[in-house]
Design a protein around this ligand. Sequence first.
Ligand code: SF4
Length: 320
Amino acid sequence: MKIKQRKLWDLSRDGLTQGFIGDWLDCRMQAHLKFREGLGLRGLTPALSFGLMVHGILERVFHGGFVAQHILHYSEEVIEEIRKESPNLSPAEEEDLEVAAGMAEIVTSAYFHFYDFSKRNWIGLEKEFKIPISFHDGLEVPIRGKIDGIYALNDKLWLFETKTKGRIHDPVYLDLLTFELQVMLYGWAVWKLYGKRPVGVSYNLIQRPQLRRGKRETIPQFLQRVKEDVTDRLGFYFIQREVVWTDEDWAHFQGDFTQTLLEIRGWADRAIRSTRNSRTCVQAWGTCSYLPICSREDCGGFTRRSVPFPELGGVENGDH
Ligand code: SF4
């Protein structure tokens, strides 16, 4: 008897996240390779290691009620998690991970020293959501994600969002924050969950250190230099921006969101092809990791994941 293989991603079972929608809008082929085929780059880059470290530490500090004294312990936990998800790291990747962990400890310690978030009136932290939406034919699709934070101020709801980037001072990047898909989708989720439209979002932007390790510099020497730079320039490494959403912003979002969902439904039903969009292969923030596959069918550097959204829990991935 032929055993029927379980699809990695199914629209009604697994649903959609902001990451999925963003990838799909960029390039259908990218969404196909990532979510239908489950392909992802093997190994780690220094920027990815740093991002994973910071994200993992912040998540734990938020969960733990903003007690920043445990950052070193959290850092060890995150390293172990990364090693489990990316086994067989090369010696160079292990060294990059060690450097990334050290930098993440420095940056997150300074971040919680610079800001005191404990006084805010938190309604939710690291809030995972799964909100069903229905298509005209009755098909239900969960919209899913995890919100960094939601807090109340003067009886109004605000979204709290932390971002770690290599260029937080770029005016183009700051302009993009005003109508970012991820955050407006999270605002929509807050509206559905709490029955109240959030006023806007408070962005907390963290600059990724851009210092390079010298050829003769040891890791402790380099980390000491990073620490001095972060301590000397706290206002450069951390900035806050508030974006208030207007009625027009919401009208735009609702229209775009509805249209996008209809198109993704057509793609999920195979009525829309997984077209390649060569204009998005190389962007300001880097080259699409799937270029070796699209250009010469080279899958050598890739591995397959077993769930469509590893950042959300197993049950949340439709493991039932
Ligand atoms: S390399 Fe280009 S065409 Fe291929 S998935 Fe990436 S963005 Fe799409």
